[in-house]
Design a binder for this molecule. Structure first.
Ligand SMILES: [Fe+2]
Length: 285
């Protein structure tokens, strides 16, 4: 089945395992945060040992990396705290080394982790294809989310990836000390997040501290929420992040889904027809 709802998870509850899949050099350990047992896709915390060295190569899955401790030497570039990588499937990265070790968030989006040693991209991938590499600390400023309806002021983001086709987001976010939002939210998309530093609180699921994680499928209500001392986190969605705000903290995902459909019927009637009646005899183009 697809990934279940996991919330909250503390990474310290998960054992470290050696990543000894075929193709990978030895020297990586990982903790699974969530895992799709249909596809092998995974979200994990990973540690590269000091002296780790990986030759140029690509993954058969698109992947994302967030550097949390230490640095990765990628080709000639030193990529330390706050660096973000999006690497499309089949796009070759230069040699990666971790002279002093490093700790990262590691996401394989489409299938199980894989590594194929190669100076060139995989067959069928344009030689011009490039990974996205962002130094989120030096190159980006914190900004309001610009979502509407929006979260309360004081929840700020650095968006490092926005997928043009799906509107999926990858982003760092911070809640300032004293942040408080008094309503409940749910979304039409999945959202997941990992707390790099600090603690936040959500009424339904309690406290999420440093090393805390959640994987939240669509339509699961969450909120009110608060952050007393400030936090830094990294989050992702698999579609457009629309805040369906409401005041029922205990509505079921099925109830929330129905309310979202009713809202869509009013707000986007043509989209509603397309989405919910295309296989129905009532379908009228
Ligand atoms: Fe949310």
């Amino acid at each position: 089945m697809a990934r279940p709802h996991i919330e909250p998870l503390d990474e310290s509850w998960v054992p470290w395992r050696k990543l000894d899949l075929p193709g990978f050099p030895r020297g990586i350990e990982y903790r699974t945060l969530s895992f799709d047992d249909d596809t092998g896709a995974i979200s994990a915390v990973a540690k590269f040992e000091a002296g780790y060295s990986q030759p140029p190569g690509f993954s058969r899955s698109s992947m994302e990396i967030v550097v949390m401790d230490g640095y990765l030497k990628v080709g000639d570039r030193r990529c330390g705290f706050g660096f973000y990588f999006y690497v499309p499937a089949g796009v070759s990265l230069p040699r990666i080394e971790t002279p002093e070790g490093a700790r990262v968030l590691l996401f394989y989006n489409d299938s199980e982790p894989s590594f194929v040693e190669s100076d060139a991209h995989a067959d069928g991938i344009s030689p011009d294809a490039q990974p996205t590499i962002v130094d989120s600390v030096s190159d980006l400023s914190w900004s309001e989310t610009h979502l509407f309806p929006a979260t309360e002021k004081g929840c700020l983001v650095k968006i490092v990836r926005w997928d043009e086709e799906t509107h999926a987001l990858s982003f760092f976010y911070t809640m300032v000390p004293g942040f408080w939002q008094d309503n409940v939210s749910y979304h039409d998309c999945m959202e997941e997040a990992y707390h790099i530093y600090g603690t936040s609180w959500i009424m339904q699921f309690g406290y999420l501290g440093t090393g805390g994680y959640f994987y939240r499928p669509p339509y699961i209500g969450h909120g009110p929420f608060a952050c007393e001392h400030g936090c830094l986190a990294f989050g992702r969605t698999d579609g457009e992040l629309y805040n369906h705000f409401n005041w029922n903290p205990f509505a079921t995902p099925e109830e929330n889904h129905r309310r979202a459909v009713e809202k869509m019927k009013k707000r986007r009637p043509n989209m509603f027809t397309w989405e919910y009646r295309r296989s129905d005899e009532m379908w009228v183009p």
